[in-house]
Ligand binder design. Structure first.
Ligand code: IPE
Ligand code: IPE
Ligand code: MG
Length: 267
């Protein structure tokens, strides 16, 4: 889709083009490109991570405005430990600092925050802030914000397999009872519908071990914009692009032909 024609040049507001009835309930984002953004400017990579935080705040607000129900962001993968210790330490400190500074506003905005991933290796002070933030916001209902930290899709699947194997070995379930529903109920995202839309910034066309089970039928939108330059406008472009897709789920055509928006389609 070309956005050249549809951009309102006066105020760059694409929100009018969004069909409010068909906004994805759950959007997942691989926030990528922080390091390259900083390097391009001759700055240390950490500056990119810092700028990325303000972008995340903008996108959380934008998701809420559109009445998305769930926003799941990839903040630190199980593979990101392989980065230089200095960068890893910086990120861990940044998580604590941002959470400490922002939790009040997150709560005021009625956002429920959840952390998805294995928190075990994180320092006690970060774990404490995480647990306190989750507990403070647990009854909030405007938006569920899932922050994936030390998260890996393969590790999540292996853990589910292990738990089901254990339950089977002690006779709690029969192997024949293992099905998609049961598997789903053991995932870290249990109770949350799969993302309809996955956005990855910085032009990379891969999943990088993110939500491997949950993304089975998500629509994928790759933005060439580096995460620190991403904004509400680019987010709206992703939503509009999503709304132009025909989701078939292995069938022939969706019940409602989403590409039909003129009178010739109504017969
Ligand atoms: C994403 O940006 C943030 C994290 C993985 C923590 P990167 O740090 O991967 O930035 P690039 O991809 O190297 O530019
Ligand atoms: C994915 O980005 C992880 C996060 C955004 C947290 P990476 O930068 O780690 O992914 P690769 O290495 O390019 O696949
Ligand atoms: Mg990257």
């Amino acid at each position: 889709m070309s956005f050249g024609k549809i951009i309102d040049k006066k105020n760059n507001d694409l929100s009018k083009r969004i069909d409010k009835q068909r906004v994805p309930e759950h959007v997942a984002i691989i926030m990528d490109g922080n390091g390259r953004w900083a390097t391009k400017k001759g700055l240390p990579r950490t500056f990119g991570h810092n700028k990325g935080v303000s972008v995340l705040k903008e996108i959380i607000k934008a998701s809420k405005k559109l009445s998305c129900k769930v926003l799941t962001v990839y903040a630190f993968s199980t593979e990101n430990w392989s980065r230089p210790t200095q960068e890893v330490d910086y990120l861990i400190n940044l998580f604590s600092e941002v959470l400490r500074n922002e939790i009040k506003e997150i709560h005021q905005e009625s956002i429920k925050i959840k952390f998805i991933g294995d928190l075990t290796p994180f320092p006690e002070n970060l774990k404490k802030i995480i647990y306190n933030s989750e507990s403070l916001t647990k009854n909030n209902e405007s938006l569920l914000l899932n922050v994936c930290v030390n998260y890996g899709g393969r590790q999540e699947i292996v853990k589910v397999a292990k738990r089901l194997a254990l339950k089977s070995s002690i006779g709690e379930i029969k192997p024949s009872e293992v099905n998609e529903e049961l598997f789903n109920s053991e995932l870290l995202t249990k109770g949350i519908n799969d993302p309809e839309l996955l956005i990855r910034t910085s032009g990379e066309k891969r999943i990088s071990n993110f939500l491997l089970w949950q993304l089975a039928y998500s629509e994928i939108y790759i933005s060439d914009v580096l995460w620190p330059d991403f904004n509400e406008f680019e987010f709206h472009k992703a939503i509009i692009d999503y709304q132009s897709r025909n989701r078939r789920f292995g069938g022939i055509e969706s019940l409602q032909d989403e590409s039909c928006n003129d009178s010739s389609c109504s017969s």
